[in-house]
Ligand binder design. Structure first.
Ligand code: FCB
Length: 453
């Protein structure tokens, strides 16, 4: 007899795809949209091959067909989408652009009609450029502007959208954007990443309040990218380095949001986290206000090795042994179990959890028969979803999984060179081709269960 408990998911489990505005919408000049820091960053050469997202997958114009495809052809019941702040408040603060709101309003209406549950991310990295010119996330005022924008969106969409995510991956926005120079705004100053991190979290706390003040029956969470991090060896140096890396990648967010503090260990490398002119009285109380759910993204498993030659942090991150992807990151789908159980195991957090991103890039191509046989992605999803199932068995209240991503897209610094979609996009013709993984996922969603082994 088949043991279905190993493969079936709870009733009402959401099977969805995740997306982000800047990565698929294109139409960067349409309907009064302001500039974002990403428009400027790519113009300055921040993306592979100088790729630009001005057209991307043209989702701004093609969303009706894409939504129908995901619902009717793939059987997906959830869409995680993001609203582009520069479409709503083009200068970041002040005047609201009605045409921008109308666009998302129509899109949400169609989701309702099709029976798609929306999960709306308010900040997926496209900060209005005008605010960057005033310091961006290094300026404390940005946090309040974010909350004001969040209130405008909730006021318009909150009658239909019941799940809002304030921030997507504050780690990436803070550290890739301000310490590594890989993401907009392209700064390389570790200390500044700490300040940006705090202001992002403050923006989250203020937005949480603002959203709830607009619509009492919506739920609000935040999406974190948590990594599986292990020391390279059992040496005291490696153990300490791994604990520092864990504090930067994982605990800075979990400690502040769930326990109202910053990890002690991190203050050595980021003294701003103990500076009362930056972390002002009441900030951590605001940041740790109760959430309605947690969104967790999973991508990498790494080993951390002490290395005195590395400035500031004194460590290097290496991929865990085994296959790696185009970025040299380890391909270890099963690592998702560890990050999904962590809030419960380490913090006693029993909040509902959405896996808001899981997926990877593979070398997808259209074969001579017109098919995209992405078996590597299917194997990746299969292993990840079995690990999600194990996390459910360990008591984590997981309500749904959103795969990254619906359509091949503009992958930030990697431009169009990395394909993560379950739908192949031929950028020239804008033709969509469902990859084999989309059809595999359709069967999982329909049966609400994984294939038995
Ligand atoms: C995550 C981002 C998402 C996408 C994936 C591959 O860090 O949230 O926008 O680029 O990585």
């Amino acid at each position: 007899m088949t043991d279905t408990s190993q493969t079936a998911f709870p009733e009402g489990f959401l099977w969805g795809a995740a997306t982000a505005a800047y990565q698929i919408e294109g139409a960067t000049r349409a309907d009064g949209r302001g500039e974002s820091i990403w428009d400027v960053f790519v113009r300055q050469g921040g993306s592979h091959n100088g790729d630009r997202a001005d057209i991307a997958a043209d989702f701004y114009n093609r969303y009706p067909d894409d939504l129908r495809m995901m619902r009717h052809d793939y059987g997906l019941t959830g869409l995680r989408f993001s609203v582009a702040w520069p479409r709503i408040v083009p200068a970041g603060a002040g005047a609201v652009n009605a045409a921008g709101l109308d666009h998302y309003d129509r899109m949400v209406d169609l989701m309702m009609e099709l029976g798609i549950t929306p999960l709306c991310t308010l900040y997926h990295w496209d900060l209005p450029q005008t605010l960057q010119e005033r310091g961006g996330w290094l300026n404390r005022d940005t946090s309040q502007h974010f909350a004001d924008y969040a209130a405008v969106v909730t006021d318009r969409l909150g009658d239909r959208v019941k799940r809002f995510v304030t921030l997507n991956e504050p780690w990436s926005a803070a550290f890739m954007g301000h310490a590594q120079g890989l993401h907009a705004p392209g700064l390389r100053d570790y200390g500044k990443a700490g300040i940006a991190a705090h202001h992002l979290l403050l923006g989250h706390g203020l937005a949480l309040e603002a959203i709830r003040a607009q619509a009492s029956d919506v739920t609000v969470g935040v999406t974190l990218w948590l990594n599986s991090i292990k020391p390279f060896s059992n040496s005291a140096e490696d153990l300490d380095a791994a604990s520092l890396a864990d504090a930067e990648s994982n605990r800075i967010w979990l400690d502040s949001l769930l326990a109202g503090r910053y990890p002690e260990r991190l203050v050595q490398t980021l003294p701003c986290l103990a500076d009362p002119t930056i972390i002002q009285p009441g900030d951590l109380e605001l940041i740790s206000r109760p959430l309605d759910f947690l969104g967790l993204n999973y991508y990498v498993r790494e080993l951390v090795k002490a290395d005195r030659g590395v400035p500031v942090t004194g460590y290097r991150r290496l991929p865990a042994p085994g296959p790696t992807n185009y970025r040299g990151d380890s391909l270890s789908p099963e690592g998702i179990e560890e990050i999904l159980v962590r809030p419960l195991v380490d913090y006693g957090c029993t909040l509902p959890v959405y896996c808001t991103e899981v997926g990877n890039a593979f070398n997808d191509y259209v074969d001579p028969t017109g098919r995209v046989r992405d078996g590597g992605r299917i194997a990746y999803f299969d292993a990840a979803l079995r690990a999600v199932r194990r996390a459910l068995d360990r008591g984590v209240d997981i309500r749904g999984v959103f795969v990254w991503t619906l359509l091949d897209d503009f992958e930030w610094d990697a431009g169009f060179s990395a394909r993560y979609g379950i739908t192949y996009v031929d950028y020239g013709s804008q033709k969509r081709i469902p990859k084999d993984s989309a059809l595999w996922l359709r069967d999982v969603a329909r049966r609400n269960a994984l294939p038995t082994l």
